[in-house]
Ligand binder design. Structure first.
Ligand code: HEC
Ligand code: HEC
Length: 205
């Protein structure tokens, strides 16, 4: 089959249908690897292992969902990207800058966060602050929830580093990482190909 026949089919099919067709999926993954190299590796790394502030796409820790369709949606519409109305939007409050919590409270809740991955001892005051201010997004035990893109805080995998100063800075100022939307720059088939490529790197759900 010609290249165009394949890309037309990819553009027309759902992610699950592409994945279920062995030949088509193989073609899509190869094309997706090329797209990744050209458009994604400058932020996520040539091996897709990420860097500080840029998530590792190889592991099974997903901020916004790890099914092939979730990944396609993230790539097509981006994250907190101003020019796409379907972009992923939720944002962590800047608890210090916006004076929601005082410095002592932020230090206590940071210690509670670090205790979740065994990096600090229990902090009862911090636990209570967490339940009131953080659990709605990060989960009662810090396990994370995908709807608001809130990372797991208990797995010792850090998006922005796990030392106490960095955790305090994140809680104080928030981060609100931005990922561009690709729907305006890549074809539908290219987006699906790179979504399948990312999904199949190892950690797709
Ligand atoms: C300019 C830098 C940049 C480029 C280029 C970029 N990304 Fe991202 N990407 C990010 C950032 C930052 C995040 C995390 C945003 C957040 O949630 O805070 C992200 C998140 C993601 C996620 C969500 C991961 C998760 O855990 O849910 C996926 C999937 C992704 N990128 C794929 C891609 C693909 C595929 C490309 C190329 C088409 C790409 N990215 C290009 C910066 C970038
Ligand atoms: C509205 C949802 C929301 C609430 C409430 C929230 N967060 Fe977050 N949090 C997020 C999101 C989304 C991120 C991802 C970072 C980004 O790109 O902005 C994050 C990231 C983090 C990180 C960085 C994790 C890493 O892997 O580097 C820490 C630490 C954190 N939050 C702690 C807290 C604490 C402590 C509270 C309560 C005081 C809290 N968060 C409340 C949504 C939330």
């Amino acid at each position: 089959m010609s290249q165009k026949v394949h890309t037309d089919r990819i553009a027309a099919l759902e992610m699950a249908q592409i994945a279920a067709d062995q030949d088509l999926a193989q073609f899509a993954r190869a094309g997706g690897a090329a797209v990744f190299h050209n458009y994604c590796s400058q932020c996520h790394g040539a091996g897709a292992t990420g860097a500080k502030g840029y998530p590792n796409l190889q592991d099974d820790d997903w901020l916004w969902g790890g099914t092939a369709e979730d990944i396609r949606q993230t790539i097509a519409h981006g994250i907190r990207f101003a020019d796409d109305e379907d972009t992923r939007l939720s944002e962590m409050p800047a608890f210090g800058r916006d004076e929601i919590l005082g410095r002592g409270e932020i230090a206590a809740v940071a210690d509670h966060v670090l205790s979740l991955s065994g990096q600090a001892g229990a902090n009862e005051a911090g636990r209570a602050i967490f339940a009131d201010n953080c659990a709605a997004c990060h989960g009662e035990n810090g396990e994370g929830t995908q709807e608001p893109g809130a990372p797991n805080l208990a797995d010792a995998i850090w998006f922005y580093d796990g030392d106490r100063d960095t955790v305090i800075a994140t809680i104080t100022n928030s981060r609100a990482g931005v990922m561009p939307a690709w729907a305006h720059r890549l074809s539908e088939a290219q987006i699906k190909q790179v979504a399948l490529f990312v999904h199949d790197l190892g950690g797709g759900e």
